[in-house]
Design a protein around this ligand. Structure first.
Ligand code: DAH
Length: 392
């Protein structure tokens, strides 16, 4: 007699219920099926409002009501519910999330190389004034980033910060001289696998006083630029190992000279950060006209996509266990394993086996039926019986 029992469970991870305990040796297998290898978000349902309306969010202990940020009656307000719901999520503060892991790896680099001299700030509200976001860092009045097309406006004087540079001036005013500010930033942008309207940046800032550069005999700007490049090349090596990198001259309103650092990755040059020697106008606002400073702003998603091999920026927002379980605190050596864009479908099967049974034989049967759709087959349970039942 052969006893064979199958339990299948669709869209859930139920493990097989034990059958009547007559005690034969029984294996239970769990297989998860997949049909495509690369993630893409599930198709939306065509409802009037796709996003559940979140009525309030908590940002660093401060409650922000939806009505303060999403205002349908104000023509200068262009913040949708989908964006409001991201305020306060702060992926950068999750130590087991790729964004938090990379932030901590950068912290380690600065702690080790600069004896913990950089202040770390990561809970500043992303709701800032246009003065903070633009004027304080010398963004010209006609700069494209000020438009309603590029930036989320709460009202005519208030925006969701579009870069962490928005905090440079206020932190200098408060007396910080070396700091790293990390936070979520918001930009209206195109839709594809490398763009998302919310992402995370880290801003670095370092002020030097005359005695720092006088000793070197160098001009202050050259001194700061060389120090900046040395610091960031060291950071890139810390994160990526021996990669090829190059500096590209560019323009930012807040720095002069300005540079971008590119690293050679997967047959292409990839921009990973912007930086430069801070404009004197910014230092002057805080009474630091006799000083020189460097600053940089780097995109944490960009770095994490390269480091962990994550193919789609939207994955960072996934709560799917198949994504979240792949990362561990402090581990920036793992490579992301793609999974199906469909929800997992588990099939649990229990059956009695004879002496001649082998797991490989079972796998051959599964492969014969379902081919490569089966991601994994695992023994979940074994039961042995002393009852004497003839197996044929
Ligand atoms: N704020 C820039 C951006 O979001 C990045 C950046 C460039 C920051 C140069 C800096 C800097 O501090 O010096 O694109």
């Amino acid at each position: 007699m052969t006893i064979f029992s199958v339990q299948s469970t669709i869209f859930s991870r139920a493990s097989v219920a034990l059958l009547s305990s007559n005690g034969f040796k029984r294996f239970s297998f769990a297989s998860s099926f997949s049909s495509a290898a690369v993630y893409s978000p599930p198709l939306p349902k065509m409802k009037k409002r796709r996003y559940p309306i979140v009525s309030a969010v908590d940002i660093g202990g401060v409650t922000i009501a939806r009505n303060d940020v999403v205002r349908e009656d104000d023509p200068t307000n262009n913040v949708p519910d989908s964006i409001f719901s991201k305020l306060g999520v702060q992926l950068h503060r999750r130590d087991k999330h790729p964004i938090g892991i990379i932030k901590n790896a950068i912290y380690d680099y600065f702690d080790n190389n600069y004896s913990k001299m950089f202040d770390k700030i990561e809970d500043l509200s992303p709701i800032v004034t246009t003065k903070q976001n633009f004027d304080d860092v010398l963004v010209p009045a006609d700069h494209v980033s000020r438009s309603l097309n590029d930036t989320y406006y709460v009202d005519s004087q208030t925006v969701l910060r579009c870069h962490t540079s928005a905090h440079q001036a206020e932190l200098l005013r408060k007396g910080h001289r070396r700091f790293l500010v990390t936070g979520d930033v918001y930009r209206r942008d195109s839709i594809d696998s490398t763009h998302y309207p919310v992402f995370h940046q880290m801003e670095g800032f370092c002020v030097f006083s005359p005695e720092d550069w006088k000793e070197s005999g160098m001009d202050s700007t050259l001194y700061a630029a060389e120090d900046l490049k040395k610091c960031l090349e060291g950071l890139a090596s810390h994160l990526f190992g021996a990669v090829e990198m190059r500096w590209v001259d560019t323009y930012f309103p807040f720095t002069n000279p300005s540079f971008e650092l590119e690293i050679y990755f997967k047959d292409d040059w990839l921009e990973v950060l912007g930086c430069g020697v801070t404009e004197q106008g910014i230092l002057k606002q805080s009474g630091l006209e006799n000083n020189v400073a460097w600053a940089f702003g780097l995109g944490l998603e960009r770095l994490a996509m390269v480091l962990f091999d994550i193919p789609d920026i939207r994955l960072f927002w996934s709560d799917d266990e198949r994504f979240t379980s792949q990362f561990a605190e402090g581990d920036f050596g793992v490579k992301f394993k793609p999974f199906s864009k469909y929800p997992p479908c588990y099939k649990d099967i229990s059956f009695w086996i004879s002496e001649s049974f082998t797991e490989n034989n079972f796998c051959e049967v599964v492969r014969g039926i379902a081919g490569d759709l089966v991601e994994e087959s695992k023994v979940r349970d074994e039961v042995e019986s002393k009852l004497n039942v003839e197996l044929r």
